[in-house]
Design a protein around this ligand. Structure first.
Ligand SMILES: C[S@@+](CC[C@H](N)C(=O)[O-])C[C@H]1O[C@@H](n2cnc3c(N)ncnc32)[C@H](O)[C@@H]1O
Ligand code: SF4
Ligand code: SF4
Length: 359
């Protein structure tokens, strides 16, 4: 297997769950111990990781900063504003920024979520009055906006045309992705082991999971989405087959959970083999401990099983993280595409998701 320095194209940097919204389908905002990093430490860590990727990895394409909401971290904003690194840096943001006037260099681009066409639906799904503000910030930054994702649920299913319409002048791609039941799993983990959450976290997770459950998509909804693609699909959007493949992968991913997500469906996943898996060759994710040490995030389910963990050992330098990643990835031998991996930004995944089928 080639060293990761030869093949890495995408580095995702996860800034923890802290967020300024309370979206009904997402668990990030429920986590009361989500880290708020020391700005100086975060700024220095981001310089270290991104400079390494940009200078030492010969096929490198782009960084994605994601949370929670990245723009609430002062250290990240400072890093973005100061850096002149020769690589593409994307930030996945809800555009509800504490400082909409911040000046950012031209190598900084945006990815965003947009699940509502108006304040009424935004209020139901994202539960603040920030719709106009987020749209205005998005419009002002549209020159640097690469991509928008809409999480499709029963809460916006009949408004997909007008949601797509909102980005037509921005020159960005716009994907539609199915809601998954991650918040139900989050709540279930608290039920199984109440020590995992505070009293407030457990109560909030229970209430939110109940509200999200009624938003999950059924077969009739999938047909509505198919019809939407037939009418409105274009080079700017993903296609229905990709949407369906992502939906089915998530059905497969959550099939062992006790809340019984679509037990009627049995899914077949394509063969890829570890050597072909873009996640293993090209993709890497890191996070940070609350005091700012690096953590390698394990996104490959086979590696999660091998290490019985979702993250590698914390490290004081990015060089150490890369050394651990290089060792760990050699141990993978899977044959079947797991559909668990990130796909945003790696085109190879789009084709693979199209091959996920009903058995
Ligand atoms: C977790 S957010 C982080 C970035 C930023 N806070 C935002 O919302 O744009 C990243 C993406 O995950 C999506 N997401 C959250 N919960 C989801 C769920 N249950 N199913 C599918 N997508 C979900 C959001 O809609 C958003 O597009
Ligand atoms: S804005 Fe993003 S991270 Fe925050 S709660 Fe909503 S989906 Fe989750
Ligand atoms: S389990 Fe998934 S992430 Fe891991 S090598 Fe196989 S396809 Fe890739």
């Amino acid at each position: 297997m080639l060293p990761l320095e030869e093949t890495l194209t995408n580095l995702d940097i996860y800034l923890g769950d802290a967020c300024n919204l309370r979206c009904i389908q997402c668990q990030c905002w429920i986590n009361e111990s989500a880290p708020h990093f020391d700005p100086d430490v975060l700024e220095a860590r981001l310089f270290e990781a991104v400079e390494y990727a940009a200078t030492q990895c010969r096929s490198f394409e782009k960084v994605m900063l994601i949370g929670g909401e990245p723009f609430i971290h002062e250290g990240m904003v400072r890093f973005l504003a100061k850096q002149k690194i020769d690589t593409c840096i994307t930030v996945y943001t809800n555009f509800v920024w504490p400082d909409p006037n911040v000046v950012l260099p031209d190598n900084v681009y945006f990815l965003s979520s947009m699940d509502a066409p108006n304040q009424e639906i935004y209020g139901q799904l994202r539960r603040t009055r920030d719709f106009d503000y987020s749209q205005e910030t998005m419009r002002e930054r549209s020159g640097q906006l690469l991509h928008v994702d809409t999480t499709v649920s029963k809460g916006n299913l009949h408004h997909l045309d007008s949601i797509l319409d909102r980005t037509k002048d921005h020159g960005c791609t716009h994907w539609f992705l199915p809601i998954d039941p991650r918040i139900l799993r989050y709540h279930d983990a608290f039920v199984k082991d109440p020590r995992l959450g505070t009293l407030t976290e457990r109560a909030t997770a229970e209430r939110t999971a109940k509200r999200a459950q009624v938003l999950l998509l059924d077969d009739d909804d999938i047909r509505v989405v198919e019809d939407f693609y037939r009418r409105c699909g274009s080079a700017r959007t993903n296609d229905f087959e990709t949407f369906l493949g992502i939906y089915l992968s998530s059905v497969d991913r959550f099939k062992k959970e006790s809340f019984g997500y679509r037990p009627d469906l049995s899914v077949r996943r394509p063969n890829v083999g570890a050597q072909q898996c873009p996640g293993i060759r090209r993709y890497m994710e890191i996070g940070f401990t609350p005091d700012g040490r690096f953590i390698p995030v394990i996104h490959c389910p086979e590696l999660t099983e091998i290490f019985d963990a979702k993250q590698g050992p914390s490290a004081d330098s990015f060089v150490e993280v890369m050394a651990w990643e290089n060792q760990a990835r050699r141990r993978v031998g899977c044959q079947v595409f797991c559909g668990h991996t990130q796909f945003l930004g790696i085109d190879e995944y789009e084709g693979t998701f199209r091959e996920v089928m009903l058995d």
